[in-house]
Write a protein that binds this ligand. Structure first.
Ligand SMILES: [Zn+2]
Length: 380
C-alpha cells in the first residue's frame, strides 16, 4: 500500500510518466508474487492432514464456563493418577474446586500393588474408593479360581469397595494386574465364582467390553472417527478374537447370569453408535448400570439424541471421567452435560476433528447422574 505514496506527491510531469511506468511494473511484479502465493497456499491446504486439522469456531454465540458442577459429583470412573503424595493432595484440592465429593479409583491391581495404592488413597478417608482387579494366577491349572476368589476376599478385607476396570477387547480379560485373564471372556462359566463372590461381598464390577464402533470400520476416508479409530483400531484377523456384537453379547450374558451382582458397563458399553443396544439391556436387567466416562467427545456431536437418552435412562447412568485430573477436563465434561453451547472444539482432549454441543440436561437428571445413582451403588 505505501508504494502509492510517492506517486501522489510527484509534481514534475516527466517524472510522473516515469513513475507511472515504474509503478505499473511494480504492480505486475506484485500480481505475479500474489498469484504465486495463492498457488502456494492452495497447495498447503491440499497437504493439511486430518490429524493436524484444528478448526476454530467463528460463531458469536454463548460460551459457558462451568468450572464447578452444578450439583455434588461422584466420579465413578477414574484411576490411580496420583503418583506422589503431592499429586494426590493437589487432586483433592481440584476435587474440592470442581465439586467432586468422591472419586472411584479403579486400580485393576491385586496383591501387594493393590495394598500400597489402597494405603495411599485411604489417607483421604471417604474422598476415594479404591477398587481391585481379579487375580488369575495359575490359570488354567485346577485351583486357579479358588486362589482368585481368596485374593478377592483378601482385597475386600484390605478395603477394596469394588472391582474394575475389567476389560475385554476381543481376546479375553486383559486389564487385571499383575496377571491378566488369558483369554477368559466375562460370560465364561469359569468366571462365575468370582462374580458370585462380588455379589456376596456387595462389590460392584466395572466392565469394559469392545471399543467404539469406528475402531471396527474400514480405515479409510469414510471413517467418521478416523483419527482415534486408527490409533485404537481392532485387528479382527487375530485368531479367536470376538467382534463388537459378540463382545456386547458377553456383557449381556454375564449381567443376565449374575442378577445379584451389580455390573457397570463403562463407556456406555461402547454402544455410542447405537445406544439402544445399551438401552435394551438397561431395560431388561436391573443390576446393570452404565458410566459415560471418556465418551463425551463421542456423544457430543448428537446432543438432542443424548438429551433424550439421558432422560430415558436417568436412573441408570453414572458420571465418570477417566481422563486425568486437570480442572479444565472436569470443566469440559460439565459444559457438555449442563450447557446448551453449540459448535465448540476440544480436539486436544478428545482427539476427534468434529465440533461438540452441550446436552443441556435438566436439573433433576443432573442430580441423578452426578451422584444420585452412584449413591445407590456405593451404599453397602
Ligand atoms: Zn478407565
Amino acid at each position: 500500500m505505501c508504494l502509492w505514496r510517492p506517486v501522489i506527491h510527484q509534481r514534475n510531469g516527466s517524472a510522473n510518466l516515469f513513475t507511472m511506468k515504474h509503478n505499473i511494473s511494480i504492480i505486475i511484479f506484485l500480481l505475479l508474487v500474489i498469484s504465486a502465493q495463492i498457488k502456494c497456499v492452495a497447495q498447503q491446504v491440499n497437504e493439511i492432514k486430518l490429524k493436524d486439522y484444528r478448526p476454530k469456531s467463528i460463531y458469536k454465540i454463548p460460551i459457558s464456563n462451568i468450572p464447578k458442577a452444578k450439583y455434588p459429583v461422584i466420579d465413578m470412573h477414574s484411576h490411580a493418577y496420583a503418583n506422589t503424595e503431592a499429586e494426590l493432595a493437589q487432586w483433592v484440592k481440584t476435587m474440592d474446586a470442581v465439586g467432586v465429593e468422591k472419586t472411584i479409583v479403579m486400580t485393576q491391581f491385586t496383591g501387594a500393588k493393590f495394598d500400597s495404592v489402597y494405603a495411599r488413597y485411604a489417607q483421604y478417608g471417604n474422598r476415594f474408593e479404591v477398587w481391585c482387579g481379579f487375580d488369575y494366577t495359575g490359570y488354567p491349572k485346577p485351583g486357579w479360581i479358588d486362589h482368585a476368589v481368596k485374593e478377592l476376599e483378601r482385597c475386600f478385607k484390605v478395603g477394596a469397595k469394588g472391582v474394575g476396570e475389567l476389560g475385554d477387547k476381543g481376546m479375553g480379560e486383559l486389564n487385571s494386574y499383575p496377571v491378566p485373564g488369558y483369554g477368559l471372556h466375562f460370560d465364561d462359566p469359569q468366571m462365575k465364582p468370582l462374580f458370585e463372590k462380588c455379589a456376596a461381598l456387595k462389590l460392584p464390577v466395572n466392565i469394559h467390553v469392545a471399543d467404539p464402533y469406528w475402531m471396527y470400520l474400514p480405515m479409510d476416508s469414510t471413517n467418521d472417527g478416523l483419527m482415534n479409530a486408527y490409533t485404537w483400531r481392532i485387528d479382527l484377523t487375530k485368531k479367536g478374537i470376538l467382534n463388537h456384537g459378540q463382545l456386547i453379547k458377553t456383557l449381556e450374558n454375564v449381567v443376565r447370569d449374575n442378577p445379584k451382582t451389580t455390573i457397570i458397563a463403562c463407556h456406555l458399553a461402547n454402544c455410542e453408535y447405537d445406544l439402544e443396544m445399551l438401552g435394551s439391556m438397561l431395560q431388561k436387567f436391573p443390576n446393570l448400570y452404565a458410566d459415560f466416562a471418556a465418551r463425551f467427545g463421542e456423544t457430543a456431536p448428537i446432543p438432542r439424541y443424548m438429551n433424550a437418552f439421558f432422560e430415558k435412562y436417568q436412573d441408570r447412568l453414572l458420571y465418570g471421567t477417566d481422563m486425568g485430573v486437570d480442572p479444565s477436563m472436569y470443566a469440559t465434561t460439565f459444559r457438555i452435560l449442563e450447557s446448551n453451547d453449540e459448535h465448540f472444539y476440544e480436539t486436544e482432549l478428545f482427539g476427534y476433528h468434529w465440533a461438540l454441543h452441550g446436552f443441556g440436561l435438566k436439573d433433576s437428571v443432573l442430580k441423578k447422574i452426578y451422584s444420585g445413582n452412584a449413591k445407590k451403588i456405593i451404599a453397602r
